[in-house]
Design a protein around this ligand. Structure first.
Ligand SMILES: [Zn+2]
Length: 198
């Protein structure tokens, strides 16, 4: 016996979310069958309003809040530091550490020649303009420790060589609270090469 058509549509839609397979989507869909019509309408309205309510700052690419960007305020510009991230979500994760008080710059993508994402996908002119207009002295590259992240970091390092800024990249190494015995070889090698004076 097949599910009713609308339920199949709901399950297929939920499966578009990352990490949601058929089983999870079915569980969510059957759970939503118990919701009141008002709850379902509220959820659909929130999702439908996303394009108008959640906009990216034209300057840094982070998410705006009520029409203004919380990451482009004058107090942050004073620090003359620019942290390059791949997507807007990462700004919130870095912000939560309390370690960085400068501005962010969202690339929007990582270089991946295999997927057709070459250097032309990165707007270097915009990055250079920000470095100049904000009198940036340090650029922090906060990209993934993956092939794509490493390739993008190398490209940025090379492109910014003559930009008159200090370039740093987040350290990679042993996760907090973990034992060396369980750390994989690649992570341990990166931790070794990135060791700092103690
Ligand atoms: Zn901004």
């Amino acid at each position: 016996m097949k599910y009713p058509l609308h339920l199949i549509k709901l399950i297929e839609t939920l499966k578009k979310l990352p990490g949601v397979g058929t089983k999870s989507a079915e569980r969510f869909a059957f759970h939503m069958l118990d919701w009141q019509p008002q709850q379902l309408r509220e959820m659909s309205t929130i999702i439908a309003d996303m394009p108008s309510q959640l906009c990216c700052c034209p300057t840094c690419g982070c998410l705006e809040d009520n029409g203004s960007c919380p990451f482009c305020i004058p107090e942050r510009l004073q620090h003359q530091k620019l942290c390059i991230i791949a997507c807007a979500k990462e700004a919130f994760a870095i912000e939560a550490t309390g370690e960085f008080h400068g501005c962010f710059h969202v690339l929007g993508t990582l270089l991946s020649p295999m997927s057709g994402k070459g250097a032309d996908m990165i707007d270097m002119d915009k990055l250079f303009r920000r470095i100049k207009s904000n009198n940036v002295t340090e650029v922090v590259i906060a990209l993934d420790s993956t092939l794509e992240g490493d390739a993008t970091a190398l490209y940025l390092k090379s492109a910014l060589t003559h930009a008159g800024v200090t370039i740093s990249r987040l350290a990679f190494g042993i996760p907090m609270g973990s034992s060396l015995e369980y750390v994989d070889g690649g992570t341990l090698a990166k931790a070794f090469s990135g060791r700092s004076p103690y």
